[in-house]
Design a protein. Structure first.
Length: 296
């Protein structure tokens, strides 16, 4: 069985014409062969949306949450609505076709398509995961970086697409280079008016006493699928959960801080801007063990 699988969607959205009237909903193609046109707006402008979904023991995790977020991103970008049934079947088939393993991931991409064509391009790519055991055990040091937008940007300026999972991730990568230049591993974005937002590829979760918090939605940040599961885990332990708008100074006082995301799962924050933090290694390990074995 292959260690990577690629399926192209024939009709990513029911609102647009299929690429081939006679073809099935999706087709497996050689993942090692180029499949996307150089004129595709996803390639030339980063104009499109994506999701990255963890696969634990052959089961996509938080699949419906990811699909809902995919559909919401499409609305924000004025893209045709993804045909979620077609995407779900392509995801499940790709996961099924992938060589079995403990941890894998699947990425769904829908672009605006080739300029002038009017039909989105869509694909599902699945692969075995890298080994994240070290970073899960050791955590990450982070720097706070200004995102340059106010915390209410999603409401005041929706055309900036904050809160949508767009393909334009060049900024989300450049901030890692900035973090490395400053001697850190990862980043927490702060709004221009001074509130904690999210990581470039993760949601911020923190603990104060017996409550786990996260900054929540509506701040131009992603509605995290892993954060939702982390809260489910915490509630199962009898902890309370909540959302609040906080400043970096308040975050610094938290009893524990984590960056949580699909695939890498939960990593403890060991330092913020060079100030070391205590970490609860046992809690992080138990949480990751639970996240890894989620069946849905
Ligand atoms: N925020 C951003 C900007 C992300 O890119 C991601 C995931 O890649 C997340 C948050 C975490 O989302 P999830 O837990 O659904 O993977």
């Amino acid at each position: 069985m292959p260690h990577e699988v690629l399926a192209l969607l024939n009709q990513p959205s029911a609102d647009a014409a299929p690429h081939d009237e006679a073809a099935p909903a999706f087709a497996f193609v050689d993942a090692a062969t180029p499949q996307v046109s150089v004129l595709d707006l996803g390639v030339s402008r980063g104009d499109g949306i994506f999701e990255t979904i963890s696969i634990g023991h052959g089961k996509p995790q938080a699949l419906e949450h990811h699909l809902r977020r995919f559909a919401r991103s499409a609305v924000t970008l004025d893209l045709p609505a993804p045909d979620l049934d077609a995407w779900r079947s392509a995801i499940l088939a790709a996961v099924e076709a992938l060589e079995p393993g403990e941890e894998a991931w699947v990425k769904t991409v829908m672009t605006r398509g080739v300029e002038g064509d009017g039909r989105p391009t869509g694909w599902v790519y699945a692969s075995q995961s890298a080994d994240f055991s070290r970073v899960r055990a050791e955590g990450v040091s982070v720097v706070l970086l200004d995102r340059g937008y106010r915390h209410d940007v999603e409401q005041t300026s929706p055309w900036l697409l904050q809160g949508a999972k767009t393909l334009s991730y060049a900024v989300n990568r450049s901030v890692f280079r900035e973090a490395h230049r400053r001697g850190a591993d990862d980043v927490i974005f702060v709004s221009s008016d001074g509130y904690v937002l999210e990581g470039p590829t993760s949601t911020v979760v923190y603990r104060r006493g017996d409550t786990l918090f996260s900054p929540g939605t509506g701040l131009g940040i992603l509605d995290g699928t892993t954060q939702a599961n982390v809260f489910r885990y915490a509630e199962g332990l009898g902890l309370a959960t909540g959302f609040e708008l906080i400043t970096p100074a308040e975050l610094a006082k938290a009893d524990g801080v984590w960056l949580v995301s699909s695939v890498r799962l939960a990593v403890a924050v060991t330092a913020i801007d060079g100030v070391a933090r205590t970490v609860d290694a046992a809690f992080t390990a138990d949480l990751n063990a639970w996240l890894k074995t989620l069946e849905e």
